[in-house]
Design a protein around this ligand. Structure first.
Ligand code: C2E
Ligand code: CA
Ligand code: CA
Length: 575
């Protein structure tokens, strides 16, 4: 930079004193900013400027300077500098004192104004980006419905807290509202959202300051808290759920927000957050199944539940193939007539003989098969195995025995369910009188009319029918007369009572048996394990016993042996 220019820059104060204008126009010639109002300019000045500027804009030449005289005969320089990608133009006019100085001033001013403009633009851009980032962060880090932290934010904070944590220090809670969908349906989305805000603020009120909490999705909340003793957890839920529902106090039509929660006690820092959350969800689903009038239910995760669920999924994937492979085996448990000492028949019970998992007991797969409907095929398959067993006896001129099969409730949803059984029976040509269907008490008493019709159909086909597990639920003795079953199977819980209840229980068993007799029903007592139980039952004229006292359920070969070796002597030894 030459010395002269430096001097000019130093004397900027003098520059200001000069008769100078600067303004910015856009491509259309509209004024964007200016140091003077155009109105203050002489007409002559304006005209020269406008014409020349127009010409420059049309030429799109870039930086240009002209010299002109104003009204008072003063010499001026006018410069035009495109800025902002030629979208704006910086125009300066300056009085010429010394041509060189004036030109230098123009350059200095242009440079100065260009820097200012770019500076301002950069500030605007940064500012805009900051606002954008702030808005982005807000959506990322806050939950739009509750205004609390978002799940992304929660995850980040949880990870920080769990870094190097010792076993069992923290618990992860998954919490939601029973039937929240109903609130949405009744009160609309707005009502639903207001409820979520209410839950959020109540949680915040009862959680510790350091606890982390957020709404994950719909009505699901996650919490990270210090592990507490069970009494304190109970206390927390009690207070929280009561306060949460206090809005009902003055309401005539009350509706309750029932909480269900799953708690996972975090065993250390080695687990992923996803695994932790999954476990709390599994626990929550367990809590969900507990029917209760309480305002809250919760369950603490236990590893065996996860194993069970994983196993269930594996079972579901292999069940069809297993059925084809004949892995579902019929076991037979003998029933003994305790008045005569003779074999009265047997109950067919399924076992899953899996090459992968070994022998699986029905309680581990029947409930799942009832849920997914596969039990229908299992029951039909067992029935077929029963028919094959009886057919073999008939073909070998051995006396067939009475065999009962369990009928899952799922069959009863189909009014024609019996047809499939009859088809199999006809295929093997088995007389109906040897076949019995066991229907559990809970199903039989659920819908008395439908059950009566169903049993009538079973009878029409010539089969017999029993009420299974009688006394395990809440069946009323009064309704027994409405069910035309042939056999009443007393549940094993009758015989598993504490000693102080025994006398009372004996009276009940005696009355049930006498009632069944009056209704022309045979009585089978299940789960009999001791000779004192057997004696008692013999004395009160119970007909049949099924229990470990005589035999566990046996595979076919062992059952055949049982039939061959059973004798009055063995019977007497057990009594
Ligand atoms: P359930 O129908 O009440 O069958 C009687 C259960 O009591 C059998 O259990 C049997 O092994 C057991 N048991 C018999 N005597 C005694 C005893 O003296 N003491 C004790 N503690 N238990 C005894 P299992 O075979 O494990 O079957 C459990 C349940 O699974 C059955 O209860 C039945 O509800 C269901 N189930 C079994 N096989 C089938 C089937 O093929 N189809 C359907 N739908 N359900 C089945
Ligand atoms: Ca049964
Ligand atoms: Ca039973």
């Amino acid at each position: 930079i030459e010395e002269k220019e430096l001097n000019i820059l130093k004397d900027l104060k003098d520059v200001i004193k000069l008769d100078t204008d600067a303004f910015i126009i856009n491509h259309n010639g509209d004024l964007v900013a200016s140091t003077v109002s155009l109105k203050n300019m002489s007409n002559e000045q304006q005209k020269i400027q406008k014409d020349w500027i127009k010409e420059q804009l049309e030429k799109e030449t870039g930086f240009a300077v002209i010299k002109y005289k104003n009204n008072n005969g003063k010499d001026f320089f006018l410069s035009c500098t495109p800025i902002r990608d030629n979208r704006w133009y910086l125009i300066t006019s300056i009085e010429i004192l010394d041509e060189y100085i004036a030109l230098s001033i123009i350059f200095a001013m242009v440079a100065f104004l260009v820097i200012i403009t770019f500076g301002a633009m950069i500030i605007v851009i940064i500012n805009r980006n900051t606002n954008y980032r702030y808005a982005l962060e807000k959506t990322l880090y806050t939950d739009p419905i509750t205004g609390g932290i978002s799940y992304t934010n929660f995850e980040r904070l949880v990870r920080e807290k769990l870094k190097d944590t010792k076993p069992n220090v923290y618990s992860f809670i998954s919490l939601d509202i029973h039937n929240f969908k109903l609130i949405n349906d009744i009160h609309g989305g707005g009502g639903g959202n207001a409820t979520l805000v209410h839950i959020h603020s109540m949680l915040r009120k009862y959680l510790d300051k350091d606890d982390l909490m957020c709404r994950v999705d719909a009505d699901l909340f996650n919490i990270l808290t210090k592990t507490k003793p069970i009494e304190e957890i109970n206390d927390f839920f009690e207070k929280f759920a009561t306060d949460l529902n206090s809005f009902n106090d003055k309401k005539k039509d009350k509706y309750f927000l029932k909480i269900k929660a799953g708690i996972y006690i975090i065993p250390g820092d080695q687990q992923s957050l996803m695994a932790i959350r999954d476990r709390s969800n599994i626990a929550r689903k367990m809590a969900k199944n507990q029917h209760t009038t309480k305002l809250y239910t919760f369950a603490i995760f236990d590893e065996s539940e996860l194993l069970r669920q994983t196993r269930e999924r594996e079972f579901e994937n292999t069940m069809e193939q297993s059925l084809k492979n004949h892995e579902f085996k019929m076991y037979l448990q003998p029933k003994i007539n305790i008045q005569t000492g003779k074999i009265a028949g047997a109950e067919a019970l399924v076992r899953w003989d899996s090459p992968v998992y070994g022998m699986i007991q029905p309680n581990s797969f029947i409930p799942m098969f009832e849920r997914n409907g596969f039990i229908i095929q299992i029951d039909l398959d067992l029935f077929k195995q029963v028919c094959i067993f009886l057919k073999e006896r008939i073909d070998n001129n051995l006396e067939p025995i009475n065999i009962s099969v369990n009928l899952s409730r799922i069959h009863l949803y189909n009014p024609n369910f019996l047809d499939d059984f009859i088809k199999i029976q006809e295929q093997y040509n088995i007389p109906s009188k040897y076949l019995e269907f066991e229907i559990t008490e809970s199903v039989a008493f659920e819908q008395l009319d439908a059950m009566e019709e169903c049993i009538n159909k079973i009878h029409e086909a010539g089969f017999t029918c029993s009420i299974d597990d009688f006394g395990s639920g809440y069946s009323s003795l009064n309704s027994l007369g409405d069910i035309p079953a042939d056999v009443l199977k007393l549940d094993k819980t009758f015989f598993k009572v504490d000693s102080h209840q025994k006398i009372r229980n004996k009276h009940i068993i005696t009355s049930v048996i006498s009632l069944a007799k009056q209704l022309n029903m045979k009585v089978v007592a299940e789960g009999i394990e001791t000779s004192s139980q057997a004696h008692f039952l013999q004395n009160i004229e119970c007909d049949i016993i099924q229990g470990f006292i005589y035999s566990r359920p046996l595979p076919v070969a062992a059952f055949k042996e049982f039939l061959e070796t059973w004798s009055d002597d063995i019977f007497c030894q057990t009594m």
